[in-house]
Design a protein around this ligand. Sequence first.
Ligand SMILES: *[C@@H]1O[C@H](CO)[C@@H](O)[C@H](O)[C@H]1NC(C)=O
Ligand SMILES: *[C@@H]1O[C@H](CO)[C@@H](O)[C@H](O)[C@H]1NC(C)=O
Ligand SMILES: *[C@@H]1O[C@H](CO)[C@@H](O)[C@H](O)[C@H]1NC(C)=O
Ligand SMILES: *[C@@H]1O[C@H](CO)[C@@H](O)[C@H](O)[C@H]1NC(C)=O
Ligand SMILES: *[C@@H]1O[C@H](CO)[C@@H](O)[C@H](O)[C@H]1NC(C)=O
Ligand SMILES: *[C@@H]1O[C@H](CO)[C@@H](O)[C@H](O)[C@H]1NC(C)=O
Length: 385
Amino acid sequence: MSAFLLMTTVYSITGNSEAADTPVVSFSPNWKKIFVYESVTITCNVQAPGAHWFYWYKDNRKLHTNNQSFTIEFADEMNAGNYQCKTNQTQRSRPAKMSVLGGWVILQAPLLICEGDVLFLKCHSFPGRNARNTTFSLDGKWLSFLEDKIQVGKLNGTGTETYKCRKEVYYNSRYHSHTDTTTVNVTELFSEPEIKVDPILPTVGTAVTLTCDLDLCPLRVDTELHFVFYKDGQKLREFGLSNKYQINTAGPADSGNYTCEAKTRDNHIKKTSKMVHLQIEKSLIFLASVLVAALLTILIPTVIIFNYRRHFPQLRGNFPLHFSDNPSCSSSAWKANLSSLMSSSCCMFGLRLPNSKGYRSWYPRHPFPLNQEVFVPTQRRRHKQ
Ligand SMILES: *[C@@H]1O[C@H](CO)[C@@H](O)[C@H](O)[C@H]1NC(C)=O
Ligand SMILES: *[C@@H]1O[C@H](CO)[C@@H](O)[C@H](O)[C@H]1NC(C)=O
Ligand SMILES: *[C@@H]1O[C@H](CO)[C@@H](O)[C@H](O)[C@H]1NC(C)=O
Ligand SMILES: *[C@@H]1O[C@H](CO)[C@@H](O)[C@H](O)[C@H]1NC(C)=O
Ligand SMILES: *[C@@H]1O[C@H](CO)[C@@H](O)[C@H](O)[C@H]1NC(C)=O
Ligand SMILES: *[C@@H]1O[C@H](CO)[C@@H](O)[C@H](O)[C@H]1NC(C)=O
């Protein structure tokens, strides 16, 4: 039972705390493709509070700026690549890919799109050129638009979606039709929640906090989410803004299977955690003694057997009894008058135990009077077999 509790607890405290500390690179304007000569500002967004010192990387090579953001005024193809940032308090962000292209038409889409976002796309033609007839391919149908920039609508699921646009651009004395394609990768708004239990080993009488922990889509940390907790399928309280549930004074009745659920305010996205089994133990001392008892049950017999084998390997055989030099204590005297020998304190005897070089050692170390109880000391093994 303790093992099960420990396993559940260890499971419930291993979560993903990486996301909160990782910065996110964003582009402004928020397009992941631009034309050459256009301008873009690249920013390192950090959540962790405090003073940060910024480091920038492009295609894994360090850039010479320590600002939180920097602007490329007139982009050229050399500025295309994967941008990453980190600070002296965070790890490195994921790469943000910027494309800088020549050509006549590009279909622009945001770098980062989360489930539930309203998606805007722009069918962008080379600045300064006349253009007409903008059409977008949505759900496999070509639709005409007056504007370059359209609102696709709310993205309901996650996954990858491919969009196309076509536009006519005027050069060399006439209009030429050009098409571009873009892939939009929709990230889930929030991950499946996970219940974390604090303290790790909840005991009777203590306060226990359950946290419904999840990772939000990058740059959506302000999303309003509502949380609810269930115990053995019963709702513990209504949906609320707090992702914590507090048991003020835990008792054995609070043991059970807990789940939590997170949802957006408009109910569009709802996710439930895996079940966590909470076992409220009597006390930490009780738990510790269970563990100690379990250990001792295994350890004590092992130690006893081991020591027995270590100290008394030779005592399993028959060995001659040796008497001290006093003639009244000889073997014959022993046979003649056992009782008088027993009462005398001058007769010494002991076992002479074998070792590799023959019978040598007294065991016990000194012969002892017959009228004393034989005490076999536990001392270091002197004999090897
Ligand atoms: C990070 O750098 C800033 C600016 O130099 C400094 O104020 C801050 O103490 C640094 N923080 C850490 C954790 O080193
Ligand atoms: C960094 O910021 C400083 C002060 O705002 C500015 O003078 C400098 O030009 C910036 N450097 C870059 C590379 O943007
Ligand atoms: C583009 O627009 C012109 C004028 O509005 C029209 O005549 C032409 O058919 C259009 N071309 C396409 C391919 O839609
Ligand atoms: C998403 O769902 C809403 C309502 O369910 C619908 O009006 C909208 O068109 C959907 N958006 C997309 C891009 O499919
Ligand atoms: C789309 O997102 C998934 C999961 O975040 C990722 O594994 C995949 O590489 C992404 N695809 C593209 C084209 O960015
Ligand atoms: C909790 O879940 C475990 C494993 O699924 C199940 O064996 C047990 O009966 C559940 N306990 C309650 C009170 O529902």
